[in-house]
Write a protein that binds this ligand. Structure first.
Ligand SMILES: CCCCCCCCCCCCC[C@H](O)CC(=O)SCCNC(=O)CCNC(=O)[C@H](O)C(C)(C)COP(=O)(O)OP(=O)(O)OC[C@H]1O[C@@H](n2cnc3c(N)ncnc32)[C@H](O)[C@@H]1OP(=O)(O)O
Length: 629
């Protein structure tokens, strides 16, 4: 691991180029921050230095403050790891220095990295550079002045949107907004930045200290109105996350009392949030998510991923069409196979609707949508399977059917073709029982909607080869998923965890607890929705199939609720046919469906676990909540 360092080179033009180097993202480790202070002090002392350019090595400016430091703080609860650099470094040393600084920004400038650039007197960026303040996604707020400088450069509304959604913008958009002073090619970046710095010295360019700019803030009353609306949005969408309101409070402090006061409050609030449970949890997730990409004896044995250009998806239902969508929008050619023209057309229509939905949400351009759909071919047989690099089977959770399909595709596909199943629960050894090439069997368990949800369970058996695992992990990353490698057992990781949770919910309902109250308790606890609304989304057929698998795998240890089967008999299948626990009407939130209550009563009668169940409500309620936590 090359060490973190800050270098400085002074050119004949009198410009000192200070370069941060801390691969792979030039994170602002404490050594980098100390190095910046040291080089700046030297640059200020030297008479041959007229101006400074700050840049990052390796085509990236900086990915922000070193998040490892937060982990150190969490372990020790010792904030001294976080001495104040916002004022000391970025105000006193950079922004208020007697010599101007220009940031030469390439690749990405995120968090503290962008904040260093904001403290400079101009920013020159290479094309498509990623600029953002994603600190709220880590449970904190920008702590190097971003809450004050960003609104003063791009305007309050845009700044609040970028911070609250941890949404980056490109250097091109930054130029339009006034965050970036010029966008030039990588080759020109340093030259233009040096010239810009000298132009500031010679008064040919403005010497801008963004902390003191107010022209983009509008009037205080307008600003307070924007913040009021943002507060209401945060209260509604993320009521459990303290960093959102805290960020708005800090921004307001600076608007009402001035940028410097805002900085002082920012540092205080930042240090409080660093120790919050939310920050501890989200920073753990940050590293845990990256740790999943390191799989012993797979990613560390020198294997190179093979190029997967063409994938066959078998089954154009909810999951198959979602998987096909995820592949084609990432430029992977898809052959979608169904058993008849009606189902095939339905699958293709679903994919087209998925792609249109992404365009409507601004997640895909029209051109990319057209290109994606051009990479989809519907078939009714295996004739196009000879040259596919991977097959993903996504048919119903029926073991004999899956075994039949795998026998067929093993005969038709090339010997290197990856044979994947999207099963959510069935043991892969069972799925592949009838084929010989067990090393190519792997689970590609997507989560509905497959073209949206980021998690991809990569399920391996004892025989799955390291190459196949690596190939699927690579495809997962290419289609913007987070691949997590798990072993093959009933339920793999997610459903094995989810199943007892769902069981508990059904247990309580059959004990007499109000179903809709359970959903309210869970959504008030902070999950996106309760177990029954979620069951409406995934459909009752899945719930019944998964329930049977678990009952078989854990005989005598599961509670078999009659409710799902009664619902199916009553012609209900959740949101899919508009008849679930809730009523689904376009444009409005799901409403409890009173016509489901008699079915629930019937389930209680059949389950007969506790007549009425009233006596246990308090204990159960406590137990259930504890259970969910
Ligand atoms: C004078 C002395 C005084 C000392 C002062 C002390 C400070 C004072 C108080 C602190 C104030 C800080 C204020 C600041 O506002 C806070 C922040 O900046 S928080 C961090 C904000 N940045 C981010 O959230 C970005 C996080 N990273 C990413 O989004 C992505 O990594 C990326 C940068 C977009 C790159 O993505 P990829 O190319 O996919 O690469 P990976 O994600 O796999 O990452 C590769 C590798 O790098 C590690 N890494 C990435 N970012 C950071 C980081 N910011 N800090 C530490 N490490 C980082 C990542 O974990 C991977 O590591 P690996 O898994 O390979 O070991």
């Amino acid at each position: 691991m090359s060490k973190a360092e800050v270098t400085m080179e002074v050119g004949n033009d009198g410009v000192a180029v200070i370069t941060m180097s801390n691969p792979p993202v030039n994170a602002l480790a404490l050594a980098i921050i100390a190095g910046l202070k040291e080089k700046y002090a030297e640059a200020m002392r030297r008479n041959d230095v007229k101006a400074i350019v700050v840049t990052g090595k390796g085509g990236r400016f900086s990915g922000g403050f070193d998040i490892n430091v937060f982990q150190k703080v969490h372990k020790t609860a010792d904030l001294s790891h976080l001495p104040d650099a916002s004022i000391d470094l970025l105000v006193n040393t950079v922004e208020d220095a007697k010599k101007p600084s220009v940031a030469a920004v390439e690749g990405l400038a995120l968090g503290g990295g962008l904040e260093v650039a904001l403290a400079c007197h101009a920013r020159i960026a290479a094309p498509k550079t990623q600029l953002g303040l994603p600190e709220l996604s880590l449970g904190v707020i920008p702590g190097f002045g971003g809450t004050q400088r960003l609104p003063r450069l791009v305007g309050l509304s845009k700044a609040v949107e970028m911070m609250r959604l941890s949404k980056s913008i490109s250097s091109e958009e930054g130029y339009k907004l006034g965050l970036v002073d010029a966008v030039v090619s990588s080759e020109e970046l340093l030259k233009v930045s040096r010239r810009w710095a000298l132009d500031i010295v010679n008064k040919r360019k403005p010497w801008v200290r963004s902390l003191h700019q107010t022209d983009k803030l509008g009037s205080v009353s307008e600003a307070l109105e924007i913040l009021k609306i943002s507060r209401q949005q945060a209260k509604k969408t993320v009521p459990h996350l303290p960093q959102h309101q805290a960020c708005l409070d800090v921004i307001e402090e600076g608007i009402v009392h001035g940028g410097y006061s805002g900085l002082l409050k920012e540092t205080k609030v930042f240090n409080e949030l660093v120790l919050s449970d939310t920050a501890k949890g989200l920073i753990h997730v940050f590293f845990a998510q990256r740790a999943t990409s390191k799989v012993p004896n797979v990613t560390d044995i020198g294997l190179k991923p093979r190029n997967v250009k063409k994938v066959a998806v078998i089954g154009g239902g909810l999951m198959g069409s979602g998987i096909a969508t995820a592949l084609i929008i990432s430029n992977i050619y898809v052959v979608l196979k169904e058993v008849n023209s009606e189902y095939l057309l339905k699958g293709i229509k679903t994919i087209e609707a998925n792609v249109r939905g992404l365009v409507t949400k601004g997640k895909l351009t029209q051109d990319k949508a057209r290109k994606a759909l051009s990479m989809l071919k519907g078939v009714l047989d295996y004739s196009e399977f000879k040259d596919v690099d991977m097959v993903i089977e996504a048919v119903i959770e029926n073991i004999p059917l899956k075994q039949k399909i795998f026998s067929e595709i093993e005969k038709i596909c090339s010997p290197h073709c990856i044979l994947a199943t999207n099963t959510s629960t069935i043991d892969l050894n069972l799925v592949g029982e009838k084929i010989s090439s067990q090393d190519r069997i792997i689970g590609a368990h997507f989560f509905s909607p497959a073209h949206v949800m980021p998690l991809l369970e990569v399920v391996r058996t004892e025989k799955t080869s390291a190459q196949v695992i690596l190939d699927l992990m690579t495809v997962g990353k290419a289609i913007k998923k987070i691949p997590v490698v798990v072993r093959s057992c009933t339920g793999f990781a997610v459903n094995r965890t989810f199943f007892p949770y769902a069981q508990g919910a059904h247990f309580l309902v059959n004990l007499g607890v109000d179903l809709f109250r359970i959903d309210r308790v869970i959504s008030n606890f902070g999950l996106p929705m309760g177990p029954f609304q979620l069951q409406d989304l995934s459909g009752y057929g899945v719930a019944e199939a998964v329930g049977k698998e678990f009952a078989t795998a854990f005989q005598g240890r599961t509670f078999e609720s009659p409710l799902v089967n009664l619902l199916l008999k009553n012609g209900r299948n959740g949101k899919q046919n508009g008849r679930g626990y809730y009523i689904y009407e376009k444009g409005s939130k799901p409403r409890p469906d009173p016509s489901v209550l008699p079915i629930i009563e019937e389930s209680r009668r059949l389950a007969n676990i506790m007549p009425g169940g009233k006596v246990l409500i308090s204990a159960i309620k406590g137990g259930f909540i504890a259970f969910c936590i």
